[in-house]
Design a binder for this molecule. Structure first.
Ligand code: IYR
Length: 225
């Protein structure tokens, strides 16, 4: 490798194989209990817990370590309501005016979703995740970012897992198009609204669609060489 500043890897922990097996199985069991939820309670969630989950997400690997993500944390009912109004407007075009097209609407039928998004008002937190097309490793740098969608996708995956680990539930909501989020969250045009994460506790009697519990078996998703 070329000359560069480096540090010893000091926080790696190696486990005996039996413990690795136990830990990997335990983690798999834990994340199998994660479900995408659309029935949210309005019970508040302390801000510091959300911040810890975002801190976990921000450890994600990213193109050239530019960390091309921004998280707008929304708990103000007025802002949530603005987001609901704008999102439902897009969703009505998507569902009711059939902008989605028949094939897409057919694919969504087992989820039972429609243009009504009460959780955008009801859940205690909305996290608008933005992908920064430009930025660089330090704030204010005017550099191109790389593998932006991949980087933000990985960070979002860690965020979802961290939220679940903390005992919260989430919905990865993607009203399309999401340009209205730039305006409401005061993000520059260079940012692409990536996902609107709805976060909180499940409402009493919350349900999950049977469709979402059907997971592909390993033999269908792995090939060995
Ligand atoms: N954004 C819409 C539609 C939607 C699209 C997909 I792909 C989903 O997996 C679920 C919903 C909505 O939130 O209803």
């Amino acid at each position: 490798m070329k000359e560069h500043d480096s540090l010893p890897l000091s926080d790696y922990i190696e486990y005996p194989e039996s413990e690795m097996r136990q830990r990997s199985q335990q983690f798999c069991q834990d994340v199998t209990r994660r479900h995408t939820i659309r029935d949210f309670s309005s019970r508040p969630v302390p801000q510091d817990i959300i911040e810890d989950c975002i801190k976990a997400a921000s450890t994600a690997p990213s193109g050239a370590n530019h960390q091309p993500w921004h998280f707008s944390l929304i708990s103000d009912p007025e802002v949530k309501s603005q987001i609901r109004v704008a999102a439902e407007q897009e969703e009505r075009r998507f569902y009711d005016e059939k902008r989605a097209g028949e094939e897409w609407l057919d694919a969504l039928a087992p989820l039972g979703t429609d243009a009504s998004k009460p959780y955008l008002d009801e859940a205690p937190w909305l996290i608008a995740i933005f992908a920064e097309r430009r930025g660089g490793v330090e704030i204010g740098m005017e550099r191109k970012n790389y593998y932006v969608a991949e980087s933000v996708g990985i960070a979002t995956g860690i965020l979802i897992t961290a939220l679940h680990n903390a005992g919260l539930v989430a919905l990865t909501h993607t009203p399309k198009p999401m340009g209205f989020l730039n305006k409401i969250c005061k993000r520059p045009d260079n940012d692409k609204a990536y996902i609107l994460m709805v976060v909180g506790y499940p409402k009493e009697g919350a349900t999950i669609p049977v469709h979402s519990t059907i997971k592909k078996p390993l033999e269908d998703i792995i090939t060995y060489f």
